[in-house]
Write a protein that binds this ligand. Structure first.
Ligand SMILES: Nc1ncnc2c1ncn2[C@@H]1O[C@H](COP(=O)(O)OP(=O)(O)OP(=O)(O)O)[C@@H](O)[C@H]1O
Length: 258
């Protein structure tokens, strides 16, 4: 049984002009998979992430987590589901500026009214693993972008969610910090079998994943699995992107991945 099933999902935004942002899209996600979603601007990536994250509801079709259909939950159940099952990582980190690094990380457990000893134990483990110990009492504006994203990753992991949803997590980072964050996500995925869905424009970021799902105009375009070296996978990602159009694939094709 996949951890997530997207079944024939359509999302139509009604307005002056009707916009079919996702059209009859279907795919499964296995537990422990690290999936990248790619596609040109406006192809429906954020809409898809909003549907999976239950922020938005499909117009038709089903999204099933394990055996749960979030669209059938009431508001309270949905809030509980989101808090327990999902972890979010955003491009702009979304840390609360008034809280310290430590307070930001434990926020999901605070909201869930978990006991202090559980918070402390998990906080210590994550701070150690993500190398955050030196910054625990700092505020978000006192740390670098790369450090802020590591804090956001710790916050996304602390309640041990079933799925991590990441929207362009390296979009605001330079190449060194991007690589560090991607290696960290990859390590967490491999060591803990944490399931991750990551929307990205960046083929280098996508090359860290197990599979890339490409969408175009809200529809399935292609998917490729990593079964070889990251460099070869990267070249295959570039090949699909050049078929999709709209990118600067030519500039990237000579890149040797570190
Ligand atoms: N709330 C909304 N109301 C109406 N139309 C919307 C809404 N959100 C997105 N759209 C439209 O749905 C389509 C898909 O948008 P979406 O933001 O999901 O694409 P995207 O692939 O994430 O784009 P980008 O890479 O530029 O972030 C676009 O045509 C967009 O204009």
């Amino acid at each position: 049984m996949p951890i997530l099933q997207v079944k024939d999902v359509t999302k139509v935004y009604e307005g002056k002009v009707t916009n079919r942002a996702i059209n009859q899209l279907s795919f499964d996600l296995a537990k422990g998979e690290f999936l990248a979603v790619m596609g040109p601007s406006g192809s429906g990536k954020t809409t898809l992430l909003n549907l999976i994250s239950t922020i938005d509801k499909p117009t038709s079709g089903d999204i099933v987590f394990n055996y749960i259909k979030p669209q059938n939950l009431n508001k309270t159940e949905l809030a509980f589901f989101r808090r327990r099952e999902l972890g979010f990582i955003f491009q702009d980190f979304n840390l609360l500026p008034m809280l310290t690094v430590e307070e930001n990380i434990v926020l999901p457990l605070t909201l869930d009214q978990q006991p202090v000893d559980v918070m402390e134990e998990r906080l210590n483990t994550l701070a150690e693993r993500l190398d955050l110990k030196p910054f625990m009492n700092k505020r978000p504006n006192e740390i670098s972008g790369g450090q802020a994203q590591r804090v956001a990753i710790a916050r996304a992991l602390i309640h041990r969610p079933s799925i991590i949803l990441a929207d362009e997590p390296t979009g605001n980072l330079d190449s060194n910090n991007s690589r560090e964050v991607l290696e960290l996500l990859s390590k967490i995925n491999k060591e803990r079998q944490t399931t991750i869905v990551m929307v990205t424009h960046d083929p280098i970021a996508a090359s860290f994943c197990d599979r890339v799902l490409f969408i175009k105009d809200g529809e399935f375009f292609n998917e490729i699995y990593r079964d070889d070296r990251r460099q070869t996978f990267f070249q295959r990602i570039l090949n699909v992107l050049s078929l999709l159009g709209g990118g600067q694939v030519g500039d990237l094709s000579s890149i040797r991945l570190p």
